[in-house]
Design a protein around this ligand. Structure first.
Ligand code: UDP
Length: 324
C-alpha cells in the first residue's frame, strides 16, 4: 500500500485515533474536539462507519484516513497522542473475523506503538475486561491475571488484547514510551451497530419491534453496563494522568441478563416476550469492575444511571430499526 502523507501546522494538540469511525472511537473524536485537539482518524471501516464521523466532514482540524492500521502508516508533522481504539469488539464480530481481530490487536498495536515512538507521542491502548476471561475473582481488580481459554471462540480477542498489553508494557520499558492501558468493561450508547450482536442493541431492537427478547442461557450471567460518555471521560483522564499500569473503566452496577431484559422492556414499553437461547461457549458467568484504582487515581466514577443512558440509546435506535 502507498504511504499517505498528512500535513499539520496548528499548535493545537494533535491526536491520532485508530478505529475513530467506530462506536467508542467516534465518541472519543467528539470529546477531543471539545478539548481543542486536531484529530486524525485511521479506520478500515470493517466494523466502523463513516456515518459516525460524517458531521466532521469539512472541518479543517479533522482528517480521515481509510486504512487498515496493521499496514504501515506515514504521517507528516507532529502527533501528541495516539489513541489505539481499532478492533472488532462484539463476540459475533470477532467470531466472524478471528484473524483480523488477532492482527489488529497484535500487528495493529505494533504499528500504533511505532507511530507513537516515532512522534514522541503518548500512547493509550484500549484493552478489555475480556483479559479476565471467565473470571474466578469477583469483582475484577486490575491485579487479577484472568481465566482465559486461548483456543476457545473468544481466544482471538482475549489473547490479542493480552498480547497488546504486553507489547505496550515492552515499549514503555524498552523505549521509555509514555503509555496508558485502559481495560474497558461493557459499554453502551448511541452509535452502537444495530446488528453487532451485543446484548444492548440486540435487546433494544427486539423490544422496539415487539419481537422475542433472546436471553442466552438461563439469563443468570451478569454484566455491568457503562454509558459511553462516562467511559470516555475516564479514558481521557487516564491519558492525561501519569499512570502507566492498567486501569479498569466501567460501571460497577451489576445485573443479570434477565434483569437487563426486563429493564429494556420497561424502558421501551414493549410487548415482547422473553425467550431463551443456548448460552454461547465460554460466555463469562459474571463481570463487574473493581474501580478503586480509577476512583483514587483519576477521581473518576460513572455518573449516568442505566435508566437515563438506556433512554438515550433507545432514542438513537428508534427509527433505525424499521429502516435497516
Ligand atoms: N446475550 C443475550 N442475548 C443476546 C445477546 C447477548 O442474552 O441476544 C448475553 C450474552 O450471552 C452475555 C451478555 O448478554 O452473557 C453480554 O453479551 P455481549 O455480546 O453484549 O458481550 P460480552 O459481555 O459477552 O462480551
Amino acid at each position: 500500500m502507498a504511504k499517505r502523507k498528512t500535513s499539520l501546522t496548528s499548535k493545537a494538540p494533535t491526536s491520532v485515533v485508530t478505529g475513530g469511525a467506530g462506536f467508542l472511537g467516534s465518541h472519543l473524536v467528539d470529546l477531543l474536539f471539545s478539548k481543542g485537539h486536531r484529530v486524525i482518524v485511521i479506520d478500515n471501516l470493517v466494523t466502523g462507519s463513516t456515518d459516525n464521523i460524517a458531521h466532521l466532514a469539512g472541518n479543517a482540524a479533522f482528517r480521515f484516513i481509510h486504512q487498515d492500521v496493521t499496514e504501515f502508516l506515514f504521517l507528516e508533522g507532529p502527533v501528541d497522542y495516539v489513541w489505539h481504539f481499532a478492533s472488532p469488539a462484539s463476540p459475533i464480530d470477532y467470531l466472524e473475523l478471528p484473524i483480523q481481530t488477532l492482527k489488529v490487536g497484535s500487528l495493529g498495536t505494533h504499528k500504533a506503538l511505532g507511530l507513537a515512538k516515532e512522534k514522541g507521542a503518548r500512547f493509550l491502548l484500549t484493552s478489555t475486561s475480556e483479559v479476565y476471561g471467565d473470571p474466578l475473582v469477583h469483582p475484577q481488580p486490575e491485579t487479577y491475571w484472568g481465566n482465559v481459554n486461548p483456543i476457545g471462540p473468544r481466544g482471538c480477542y482475549d489473547e490479542a488484547k493480552r498480547f497488546a498489553e504486553a507489547l505496550t508494557m515492552a515499549y514503555r520499558n524498552q523505549h521509555q514510551l509514555e503509555t496508558r492501558i485502559v481495560r474497558i468493561f461493557n459499554t453502551y450508547g448511541p452509535r452502537m451497530r444495530l446488528r453487532d450482536g451485543r446484548v444492548v442493541p440486540a435487546f433494544i431492537s427486539q423490544a422496539l419491534q415487539n419481537k422475542p427478547i433472546t436471553v442466552f442461557g438461563d439469563g443468570s450471567q451478569t454484566r455491568s453496563f457503562c454509558f459511553c460518555s462516562d467511559l470516555l471521560e475516564g479514558i481521557y483522564r487516564l491519558m492525561m494522568s501519569n499512570y502507566s499500569d492498567p486501569v479498569n473503566i466501567g460501571n460497577p452496577r451489576e445485573m443479570t441478563m434477565l434483569e437487563f431484559a426486563q429493564a429494556t422492556l420497561k424502558a421501551t414499553g414493549s410487548r415482547s416476550r422473553i425467550v431463551h437461547r443456548p448460552l454461547p461457549q465460554d460466555d463469562p458467568k459474571q463481570r463487574r469492575p473493581d474501580i478503586t484504582r480509577a476512583r483514587q487515581l483519576l477521581k473518576w466514577e460513572p455518573k449516568v444511571h442505566l435508566e437515563i443512558g438506556l433512554a438515550r440509546t433507545i432514542d438513537y435506535f428508534r427509527g433505525r430499526v424499521s429502516v435497516r
